[in-house]
Design a protein around this ligand. Structure first.
Ligand code: ADP
Ligand code: MG
Length: 271
């Protein structure tokens, strides 16, 4: 598999029900996604777009088929491993923003970092930096309901990119926004894409496909048309220089995302 291939789906099927009630949300679905692509997925309601994003995002599982993420077959991994991979590698943006109502936006944005090994202070610092990028630094301690829809979606984008994921998935991210807010959100996604990120976005709005490097139309759980508007050679290159995690910021967390207890360490030392 080429190094540039981030996602490879082979013969994916998602079946609901059995016998008389059997139906297929995805049917023998094949797709290869390269780093730096900005894919827009379109198609009539019920054709399997959300199912596809949920499977790629490790929220859902296919009934059959293979899913390679960075060359690793992740179709059959445990739910726990799925959750960890998802936190590390995938950023999600939803139509309804999906922010947690009673958490200040800075804490909403810091949530994906729980698995990352950063201390709470560092997580909040990173969230703060991400919010600054979307000009929301003065609203860090606002609750989601105190922001407009467009602002809430920018918080959700900050949350999606805070852990530096390999791929950003967006399910109709502008579906609940007026045209002005949609435009702002799309310009933010455009910038994130130009920085070398891979984005897969579902939309009903054909006007937004100008932002895409590839447009896929789905029909009945399969690809109907698949058109690349930018050659692979011209896709943006990922920014490879990552900010090194400062040693003092980095501690390893246990599987629950908590710091290992100091007490236990001490008692072990005594033995
Ligand atoms: P889209 O996002 O393109 O509108 P979905 O991926 O949500 O489509 O749904 C694809 C098909 O799978 C639809 O026919 C839908 O009714 C069906 N489906 C989705 N989720 C379930 C479920 N939990 N149980 C049964 N059928 C489902
Ligand atoms: Mg949908």
């Amino acid at each position: 598999m080429s190094e540039n291939v981030l996602i490879e789906l082979k013969g994916l099927t998602k079946r609901y029900g059995y016998g008389d009630t059997e139906s297929f949300a995805l049917k023998d679905f094949n797709l290869s996604v390269k780093r730096g692509e900005f894919i827009m997925i379109m198609g009539p309601s019920g054709c399997g777009k959300t199912t596809l994003l949920d499977i790629i995002g490790l929220i859902d599982r296919a009934t059959n088929g293979e899913y390679y993420l960075n060359g690793e077959n992740v179709a059959g991994i445990s739910s726990r491993r799925q959750a960890k991979l998802r936190a590390k590698k995938i950023g999600f943006i939803f139509q309804n923003f999906n922010l947690i109502d009673d958490l200040p936006i800075i804490e909403n944005v810091s949530l994906p970092l729980v698995y990352s090994g950063y201390t709470k202070t560092s997580r909040l610092k990173k969230a703060s930096t991400a919010l600054k990028r979307f000009h929301l630094e003065e609203r860090e301690y606002y609750l989601p309901y105190q922001l407009s829809g467009g602002q809430q979606q920018r918080v959700a984008i900050a949350r999606a990119i805070v852990s530096d994921p390999e791929i950003i998935l967006a399910d109709e991210p502008t579906g609940n926004l007026d045209s002005r807010s949609s435009h702002i959100v799309m310009e933010e996604l455009k910038t994130i894409h130009e920085e070398g990120n891979t984005i897969i976005m579902v939309t009903h709005n054909p006007a937004l496909t100008v932002y895409a490097t590839r447009v896929i139309n789905m029909l009945d759980g399969q690809i109907d048309t698949d058109i690349k508007t930018v050659a692979d050679a011209n896709l943006p290159q990922p920014i490879s220089v990552k900010i090194k995690k400062k040693k003092d910021e980095f501690i390893s967390l246990n599987d629950n995302g908590e710091k290992p207890s100091k007490k236990r360490k001490k008692s072990r030392r005594k033995k």
